[in-house]
Design a protein around this ligand. Structure first.
Ligand SMILES: [Zn+2]
Length: 251
């Protein structure tokens, strides 16, 4: 009987199938044609059945579906360590993170996204939801999204925004400052609701479901206390109109 043709055969691995019965198969192979899995089973059987262009020996290794990172901030990675150590949340957020992100160039955004993708792929992460703090700078958003398109990862660019300044809510800020007295108010990250939604709409028109469906764009109303009710509702409607989802920070 002539062999069937496939592209890649991963053989001799422990295959974690995540099928209906959660079967884990020892000494198993996975046959892949182009970008699809076409067969899973024992290495002895699949070796006789498939003629492939490339064989990968997975002896001593597990073969499993990619992990999904359902909430991350990919491009913070250039601000790790150093200044970020030993700070409370709002001290870090306002005095390190937003101040740092405000200095990113397009090249920095590209490098940060590329570094994230390399670390993700190395760790088995094939899909990520990137809560993008500097989405408000469209040029940086484009550099980031186009890096995801080029590198082959599956990514959601969840474009964050804030349209309400809690400085006007003095009781809240007084409570924050009592808790974290070193807070200084760094770069202004508040947009108008119209400007934020217009920018997200534009990114969605250009990139939502791009790269063969691998790359999506969602609205991400960042943190409820930095948002107006109008901003939250309009983000929800924009997501619904585009059959997208929302990402936010609740707890
Ligand atoms: Zn987050």
């Amino acid at each position: 009987m002539p062999k069937e043709k496939a592209t890649i055969l991963i053989e001799n691995g422990t295959v974690v199938t995540l099928d209906g019965e959660r079967n884990i198969v020892a000494n198993a192979s996975v046959a892949i044609r182009e970008d699809r899995i076409v067969d899973v089973g024992s290495t002895a059987v699949l070796g006789k059945k498939w003629e492939v262009e490339k064989t990968i020996d997975a002896t001593g290794r597990a073969v499993l579906p990619g992990f999904i990172n359902s909430h991350t901030h990919c491009t913070h990675n250039l601000l790790r360590g150093g200044l970020s150590q030993d700070r409370n949340l709002y001290d870090w957020l306002l005095n390190v993170l937003y101040a740092g992100l405000a200095q990113y160039s397009g090249d920095d955004a590209h490098l940060a996204a590329k570094l994230y993708c390399l670390e993700a792929i190395r760790g088995g992460v094939t899909t990520s939801v990137d809560n993008a703090d500097f989405g408000r700078i469209d040029e940086l958003a484009e550099h980031t999204i186009e890096t995801y398109q080029a590198l082959g990862i599956r990514a959601v660019y969840a474009r964050m925004f804030y349209d309400h300044d809690p400085k006007s809510d003095s009781a809240l800020m007084e409570a924050l400052e009592r808790k974290e007295p070193t807070i200084k108010h760094a770069p202004n990250f508040i947009e108008t609701t119209d400007a934020a939604l217009a920018s997200i709409s534009r990114l969605m028109r250009k990139y939502h479901r791009s790269a063969g469906g691998r790359v999506s764009v969602w609205p991400s109303p960042g943190i409820p206390m930095f948002l107006s009710a109008d901003g939250l509702l309009r983000a929800k409607h924009l997501a619904e109109e585009n059959e997208a989802m929302l990402s936010t920070h609740l707890a």
